[in-house]
Design a protein around this ligand. Sequence first.
Ligand SMILES: Cc1cc2nc3c(=O)[nH]c(=O)nc-3n(C[C@H](O)[C@H](O)[C@H](O)COP(=O)(O)OP(=O)(O)OC[C@H]3O[C@@H](n4cnc5c(N)ncnc54)[C@H](O)[C@@H]3O)c2cc1C
Length: 503
Amino acid sequence: MSAAMLLAHHGIRALTVEHHRGTAIHPRAALISQRTMEVLRTVGLEGIVREQSETQFLQDGAIMAVETLAGKELAWFIANMNEGIRDVSPTIRLFITQKLLEPLMQRRALKLGADLRFATEMVSFEQDATGVRAVIRHRDTGETQNIRARYMIAADGARSGIREKLDIAMQGTGIFSKSITIYFRAPVGPLLRDRNLSVIYVYNPSVRGFFRIEKPYNTGFLVANTTGDMAHPNSDLWDLDHQQCEQLVRAGLGDDSVPIVVDDVMKWHGRADTAERYQVNRIFLAGDAAHCLPPYGGFNGNCGVQDAHNIAWKLAAVLKGHAGAGLVDTYAVERHPVGAFTAQQAYLRYVLREAKYLTTEGLPAMENDLNVELGYRYHSSAVIAEPDDDGRPHEHPRDAKGKPGSRAPHLWLEPNRSTLDLFGAKFALLGGPDAGDWLTATDALDVDAHKITNADFCDAYGITPQGAVLVRPDGFVAWRAKSSEANAHAALANALDHVLHRA
Ligand SMILES: Cc1cc2nc3c(=O)[nH]c(=O)nc-3n(C[C@H](O)[C@H](O)[C@H](O)COP(=O)(O)OP(=O)(O)OC[C@H]3O[C@@H](n4cnc5c(N)ncnc54)[C@H](O)[C@@H]3O)c2cc1C
C-alpha cells in the first residue's frame, strides 16, 4: 500500500494486486515510527492519522515488562514513547493499528490515482531485458489478465512466493519460534491501574510474549512466543487450541476473575532474517518479503514503508527519463544493510528483554531506537560521499548534521513548517543565508531552491553560510558543498548527473 501510494504521489502508473478482499482485518502493527509519520506527512496524511490514532490508543505510552498485568512490574524500558525525541522530527511516534491505518492510506492512494485491485492474485511472472510479464487472476470471477510492466515490486509478505521463485535465500538467525498472536476480548481496564502502557511484555513461568490493549480496554492481543521452562522453553505454539490460548491470556493477565473470549489466533515465525538479495534485475523485494523480524522495537512494518519510500522516487525518476536506469540498482545497495541492521536490533531486543535463553557470547550492542528508525545512512552511487566520510552505517540523527547519505535534519522554519516539508517531489537545494550563487545555479536543473535563514541551519546541516545541501526526493542528503565554489552551476549539474546515473 505504501509503494502504491508513493508511486502515485510521484505520478507513476502502477498496478497493485492483493489476494485479500480488502485491507487488514487484524490490528497487527501499531507502533508507527517518526520516519513513517514523516512519509505520511509528505503525502498529507499526518493530521488524519494522528486524529484517528487517538480513538484507539492513549498516545505517549510506555514500553515495560510485568510478571502479570495484575501483578509485579519487572522493568520500564521506555516510560513515554515520545520523551526526548520530539526535537528530531516535525512529528511523533504514535500507535495506530494497521486495521485503521491501511484504509486511510488506501483512500489517499486512490485519490492520487493508484490502481488497487483486491481479491486478485498474481499467479505467474517472468522477466526479460525490458520488463516483467505477469498473469493476474480475480479470485471470484476467475478472470485472468496478462500484465506487462517495466518493473515489479515484490511486497508479498514473509512467505513471499516471488522470493521463492527467484530462488533468493534468507540470511540471519533462522526460525527460533513458532509464535502466535491471540486476539481476545476481556475487560482489562482495571488491571491497567491508570498506567498508560503501549506495549506490555509478559514474563512468567507460563508464558512469554507481550500484550497490546486498545481503548476502551476491552480488546487486545497477546503475542506468545514461548511457554513453560524459561531456560528450555517450548517455542512451538502453533498447535494450541482456543482453550489453551485462553489459558495463556489468563496466565499473562494474572487475574482468574476476568472473563476472556478468544476471537482469533494468527501463526507466524519468529525469525530475524533478511533476503540475501533485494533485487533480481527488474524485480525488487520490499517489506516482509525482504526482511522478517520479531516485533520487538516495532521496526518491521516501518522498515517496509521505508523500502517503498526509497524505491518509489528512483523508479519515478527512471520512468520519467530524469535518471539513468542504474539508479534503481542503488535500492538494494542502500536498503539491504538497513534491513540487516534492523533485523539485528529487533533480535537483540527480543533476546535481552524476553528470550534470555537465546543469549550467546558476542551479541552486538543494542543501539538507540532513533539510530534504527531515523539514523541509518546510505552509502551508494546515489550519494556523493565526502573525502572524510567515516562510512558509518548508522548514527544518532542529532549527529548526522547533513552528511551525504543521512536523512536531512528537521528544523522548524515557521510554525508547522519544517525543513522536511521542502522534500518529497523534486530534488531540493537548501542554501545558507549567503549562498546566492548556489541558489541561482539551480536554474534549468529541475531542482527546487530554498534559502534558509534559520539561525540553526548551518550548524544543523554542517555548512557555512555560503554553502548548500542537495537533498533527494526521499529526504536524504545527496551531496553537500560546505562553502561557495567558483563554478556553482557546473558543480551542481555534475552532482545531479552523478547521483541520477546520467552518463
Ligand atoms: C503481532 C505483530 C505486531 C507487529 N507490530 C509491529 C509494529 O508495531 N510496528 C511495525 O513496524 N511492524 C510491526 N509488525 C510487523 C508488520 O505487521 C509487518 O512487517 C507488515 O505488516 C508487513 O507488511 P508487508 O506488506 O510487507 O507484508 P504483508 O502484510 O504480509 O502483506 C503481503 C500481502 O501480499 C499478499 N500476497 C502474497 N502473495 C500474493 C500474490 N501472489 N498475489 C496477490 N497478493 C499476494 C498477501 O495477501 C498479503 O496481504 C508486527 C507484526 C506482528 C505479527
